[in-house]
Design a protein around this ligand. Structure first.
Ligand code: C5P
Length: 250
């Protein structure tokens, strides 16, 4: 009798897992990678900096190529850097769709949107400069975008934030509801397309994609991430990146 009960609950657990696996949604990702190395103090694109044997862009792209739920990686690059990418991704060519980057990050993403497959329901936008994203967080974002329409990965602000007039403090901002916004940002396809069309028509330029969605009056939720998902921007970030890699290899 007790073994029958055990069998019954095992079977239920098994079907529950099957359902969970079946529920997971596929997505496509746009990776803007057409920036420069200015803030890094380099004359070349910082994404080609080597991090322990692999370039930054290679590490970022590989996270998505190894995710069975990612149907397509759309990489926005400078046309003159296509030959470098061809070399880096020589054995993964068929899985990457290249589009031309724009003069601003937003335009790189907009160009990427044109390469999204017609039947894709969820799109992620992820900075090429954030190589430490992981599959669990990606799936959490995909699921949240499916339910809510739009979501961004973010971490709580750790420092006290103050506003100034020049160098004089005018206000200490309440920290409880302050977040540092990261990527990936995940959207239902029609939401992101609508937001970018609006930005094109009005000439609005935002620093991320969720700001365009906010501007058209749709709500965007926050998905709590972690502090390892850094954007490699300046020289110090290379030190942090090497430390994260070292920790992960231990
Ligand atoms: O410069 P920053 O790191 O903030 O840029 C975020 C991402 O956007 C980077 O991966 C960068 O390569 C990309 N980008 C782009 N086109 C631009 C500027 C930045 O694809 N014109």
């Amino acid at each position: 009798m007790s073994s029958r009960i055990l069998h019954g609950s095992c079977a239920r657990l098994f079907y529950y897992y099957l359902m969970k696996i079946g529920e997971k949604m596929h997505y496509e990702v746009i990776i803007p990678a057409a920036g420069s190395g200015k803030r890094m103090g380099e004359i070349f694109n910082k994404l080609f900096i080597d991090l322990d044997g692999k370039t930054i862009i290679q590490r970022t792209v590989e996270v998505f190529l190894s995710d069975p739920y990612c149907r397509k990686v759309i990489l926005a690059i400078k046309p003159e850097e296509k030959c470098i990418c061809d070399r880096i991704f020589a054995d993964k060519k068929s899985k990457i769709t290249y589009v031309n980057g724009g003069s601003e990050r937003q335009y790189s993403v907009r160009n990427g949107l044109e390469a999204v497959s017609k039947d894709t329901k969820i799109i992620l936008v992820h900075d090429g400069a954030r190589p430490f994203i992981n599959h669990n967080q990606i799936q959490e974002l995909v699921e949240c975008a499916r339910k809510m329409g739009s979501t961004v990965l973010a971490v709580r602000v750790k420092d006290t934030i103050k506003k100034t007039d020049g160098l004089t403090i005018t206000e200490t901002v309440e920290r409880d509801n302050l977040w540092s916004i990261q990527t990936p940002q995940a959207f239902r396809t029609e939401v992101l397309k609508q937001a970018h069309s609006w930005a094109d028509e009005t000439g609005y330029l935002g620093t991320d994609d969720s700001s365009l969605v906010e501007k058209i009056g749709l709500s965007v939720s926050v998905t709590e991430g972690n502090y390892e998902n850094i954007k490699i921007t300046t020289k110090e970030d290379i030190l942090f990146a090497e430390a994260i890699l070292k920790k992960r290899s231990n």
